[in-house]
Design a binder for this molecule. Structure first.
Ligand code: CO8
Length: 374
């Protein structure tokens, strides 16, 4: 048996960003147009007018102030209201592979490695841009890694579940190293025309390199233990899929072909599930709150993270103990906790411990207990 360790992390951040102010202006213009187009039906009481969105609500309800996206022009155009990405030929890298490779190269550079040192690539993300061939295999080819590659999807928990899969393979000895890559193009499956959720998501890609601890050439985070759990729920759902054209109105502009959630229910049901999950994981590993230097939580909602931080530590987290990045990146699905880990972990000292934790659609929860070796 070997000790798996995270030896490098990388984040690809898109060049374009959207502030809440820009987002609300575009949404309200869209709502005004829609109300004008449906003025008669609204007057007859057949449909409700669309209400305006508000910056104050967004910050108060979520803590989100800004998001990065691959294309803001389409999203902010009231006649379009979704990103516009060019069609790429099959001979050039796909967009998910391209952003994943950028994050992966940064992770490899941090660890002092090249693609040739890697035995496996897992592309773990909420959505995949095509059915096949696997995006992971394209990343494998672009990086020149050895061995094998595969895609997996556990929505918001894709990264932590991917880390467990890779860590288990490294631990057992079937591979020496793996890249877990998380290209999340959340703007592609967000319904920008729905004020209940139009502010929630952003785009990003993250990567972690996992190697045997004895192979590490610099400081690393030993993966002490991982734990994954799932419980079926329809409260976060997207019905788009490969059977779409087989259904009578499958190609229609249907609301359920984009991200949908019952945010209040998710909030109420996921909080106790996550708090208990982390508490059980820590107890089974003999880790107490006093042993933890940092929590890198899923980045969906600031109030939710404050609550989980208090539950896990038994007190209000000190500034920096539970870093949030959602104010800048919004919810980036599985990548959120990895962005936080990548940006806020280098200051930890030898022996310091922390927990990476994701939660969301499925429902799914994944926790990874790590220990710094400097
Ligand atoms: N502006 C102004 N008012 C608004 C707006 C808006 N934009 N939106 C809603 N309101 C109004 C509502 O209409 C409602 O009015 P009323 O009280 O009159 O009915 C009022 O504000 C309150 O609305 P809510 O009850 O919906 O507001 P909440 O306080 O619950 O906040 C949140 C909404 C922020 C969504 C909150 O419920 C939340 O964060 N819940 C947790 C959600 C969560 O963690 N989800 C997991 C996300 S899934 C994930 O991370 C990955 C999924 C897979 C990837 C998908 C990628 C696209």
């Amino acid at each position: 048996m070997h000790r798996p360790a995270i030896t490098g992390t990388g984040v690809f951040t898109p060049e374009q960003g959207i502030t809440n102010a820009e987002l609300v202006v575009a949404f309200n213009a869209y709502a005004d147009r829609w109300n004008a187009q449906h003025a008669d039906a609204i007057a007859r009481g057949e449909v409700e007018p669309m209400a305006h969105s508000s910056e104050d609500f967004i910050v108060k309800a979520s803590g989100i102030e800004h998001r990065y996206v691959l294309d803001k022009t389409g999203i902010l155009d009231p006649e379009v209201m979704h990103p516009l990405l060019r069609q790429r030929s099959d001979d050039e890298p796909g967009v998910m592979a391209e952003m994943g490779v950028d994050a992966a190269r940064k992770a490899l550079a941090q660890a002092g490695r090249t693609g040739a040192d890697v035995d496996a690539v897992i592309c773990a993300a909420s959505n995949l841009e095509r059915a096949y061939p696997a995006v992971a295999i394209e990343i494998q080819q672009l990086l020149g890694t050895k061995g094998f590659a595969f895609d997996m999807n556990v929505a918001c928990s894709s990264a932590t579940f991917g880390i467990q899969a890779a860590a288990d393979m490294v631990r057992s000895g079937s591979i020496r190293s793996a890249l877990v890559v998380n290209p999340e193009i959340c703007s592609g499956h967000l319904e920008w025309r729905d004020r209940d959720c139009h502010f929630i998501f952003g785009d990003v890609a993250t990567a972690v390199l996992i190697e045997r601890a004895e192979d590490a050439s610099g400081p690393y985070f030993e993966i002490r233990s991982t734990r994954c759990a799932t419980e079926f729920s329809n409260n976060i759902r997207n019905n788009n899929g490969f059977l779409r054209r087989t259904r009578p109105d499958g190609l229609a502009d249907r609301r359920d072909m984009q991200f949908m959630q019952n945010g209040r229910k998710v909030f109420k049901e996921v909080l106790p599930m996550v708090s208990q999950h982390i508490a059980d994981h820590m107890a089974d590993e003999g880790v107490t709150a006093a042993d933890l230097s940092r929590l890198w939580l899923h980045q969906a909602n600031k109030t939710m993270n404050d609550f989980i931080g208090r539950k896990v530590l038994g007190r209000d987290p000190e500034p920096g103990e539970q870093p949030n990045i959602l104010q800048d990146y919004a919810n980036t699905s599985s990548a959120g906790s990895i962005i936080a880990f990548s940006k806020y972990s280098n200051d930890l000292r030898d022996g310091d411990k922390g927990i990476i934790c994701s939660f969301g659609a499925g429902y799914s929860v994944g926790s990874v207990i790590v220990e710094r070796h400097a």
